[in-house]
Structure formats: C-alpha cells, structure tokens
Ligand binder design. Structure first.
Ligand SMILES: [Zn+2]
Ligand SMILES: [Zn+2]
Length: 135
C-alpha cells in the first residue's frame, strides 16, 4: 500500500499519518511490549523519523530508561489508552508505529520476530527470522 497510511486511537481523539514506507516491521515479544500492550506480542513498524505526523490530538507520553541506558518513550491516547508510537534515544532516526492502530492494519505485515529471553512461553510466533527490538 502506498503512503500515507492513516491511523488513530480507539476513541478517535488522535489521528495520524505515516508518510513513508516502513524501514522494517516486527512482531515483538519483549517484556516491555507485552506489558505496554497487555498482550503476548505487539506488531510494530519502524518508520523514518518525521514520517509519522499527528494530524489531530496530542498523545500522552511515558518515558523510561531501557536496559541499554537509552531513554525509551511510548506514546498513547490519554483518553482511551490506545498505544500508538514508541522509540528510543538510542535510535533517534526512527520511530515505531503500532500496526494495529492503522485504519488498515493489513497494510504492513511484519516479516521479523523479536523473541528475547523473556519469551512468553506458548505465545511466541514461530518463524525463521529474528530481530532485536529497541528495548
Ligand atoms: Zn483515544
Ligand atoms: Zn518490544
């Protein structure tokens, strides 16, 4: 699908566009993603910095120092709680969008999988390829 890809939160307060093709996309099973999404894994697409443009609303932001020492941020709707974006000061050239928040979540299909040591037993997707995540 050609950019822009449009998306938003559950309540509609926040709308955004992704104005470039993703650099990569991953099913991430890291503990931070499991916790933040309250799900066994998250589908995330890494976009070039600046390609994700919020066109309405103002995402809330949560920051924490990750295991690497970098500041990891997560942005979400402060009203309905939908997770939207994440990133890291260690990778300032990119920002991640949560694929399920897109209007058409089938527009991006991850080809990589991140399964760190904290793999959630029984839920990890089985594929041949693996990748490291920002955390
Ligand atoms: Zn919302
Ligand atoms: Zn993750």
């Amino acid at each position: 699908m050609k950019p822009p890809l449009r998306g938003g939160c559950l309540c509609g307060a926040i709308r955004f566009e992704c104005r470039a093709d993703p650099i990569t996309a991953v099913f991430c099973h890291c503990r931070a993603c499991q916790k933040f999404h309250a799900a066994p894994y998250a589908a995330c697409a890494m976009m070039p910095e600046g390609a994700i443009v919020v066109v309405s609303g103002d995402p809330a932001r949560y920051e924490v120092v990750g295991d690497s020492g970098a500041i990891v941020f997560r942005e979400f709707c402060g009203r309905c709680g939908t997770q939207l974006f994440s990133g890291s000061s260690g990778h300032p050239q990119s920002k991640t969008v949560k694929i399920a928040s897109l209007d058409d979540p089938s527009a991006i299909h991850p080809s990589l999988i991140c399964t760190p040591r904290s793999e959630f037993h029984g839920y990890a997707l089985k594929t041949g390829s693996r990748a490291m995540c920002n955390e």
